[in-house]
Design a protein around this ligand. Structure first.
Ligand SMILES: C[S@@+](CC[C@H](N)C(=O)[O-])C[C@H]1O[C@@H](n2cnc3c(N)ncnc32)[C@H](O)[C@@H]1O
Length: 195
């Protein structure tokens, strides 16, 4: 209830950066957690965690890595996340700073993004995209999982490095609105898009 109220207040105060009318449903959170489990990242990073609906499912997954970093721009949400998940590294930052995190150079990262890339200010969205691509591009074996509320064939964004591709991982109808989960990945044998 506390989380539902916080989410509603967030929507009223900054609708463009919330980009949703309700927190992620359990079905969407489970679909994302299942997708994360397909591989075993050394580091898990969630950006735009909001009130933690997806964080909760990720934290409860059996293969959750030791390092799980949560980045949320809204200070009230960051406070809520810290008290709900005291063992996680919760940073009250803009996701455009994600590339400044110190991560061991060969550690594969799975980045989960709830950022509303279509509704948030365009320049901020581009800075966040560039920072996320920087992280997954420099850490071999990394990928980005992003969900959208757009038409199911519409990729989250188009300018991706050569050799990378979007895979549609799941469609979740039991969510308000229905969502599509995408994974941006670089096929095996390519590092940073180069053989
Ligand atoms: C769709 S809502 C999050 C939904 C979340 N999965 C949930 O179910 O509660 C998008 C979130 O992204 C956050 N956000 C927006 N712009 C951001 C940015 N530049 N950096 C980090 N977080 C941002 C918002 O504050 C909001 O919490």
């Amino acid at each position: 209830m506390r989380h539902g109220l916080a989410f509603a207040l967030g929507c009223l105060r900054d609708p463009r950066r919330m980009g949703a009318i309700a927190p992620a449903s359990r079905a969407l959170a489970r679909a994302i957690a299942n997708e994360v489990q397909r591989e075993r990242p050394a580091v898990l990073i969630e950006v735009g965690a909001g009130t933690g609906a997806i964080t909760r499912a990720l934290a409860a997954s059996p293969l959750v890595p030791e390092r799980f970093v949560v980045i949320e721009r809204n200070a009230d949400f960051a406070r809520l996340l810290r008290s709900a998940f005291p063992t996680l590294e919760v940073l009250n930052h803009c996701a455009s700073q994600v590339h400044s995190l110190a991560i061991e150079s060969r550690s594969p990262v799975t980045l989960v993004s709830s950022l509303p890339l279509l509704s948030m200010p365009r320049e901020e969205a581009q800075r966040c995209i560039d920072a996320m691509l920087c992280v997954i591009g420099r850490q071999p074996g990394s990928r980005l999982i992003q969900y959208t509320y757009a038409a199911p064939h519409q990729r989250p964004f188009h300018h991706i490095p050569p050799g990378w591709r979007w895979r549609r991982a799941a469609s979740v109808w039991a969510n308000l609105p229905p969502a599509t989960v995408w994974s941006l990945e670089c096929p095996a044998g390519l590092i940073n898009g180069v053989h």
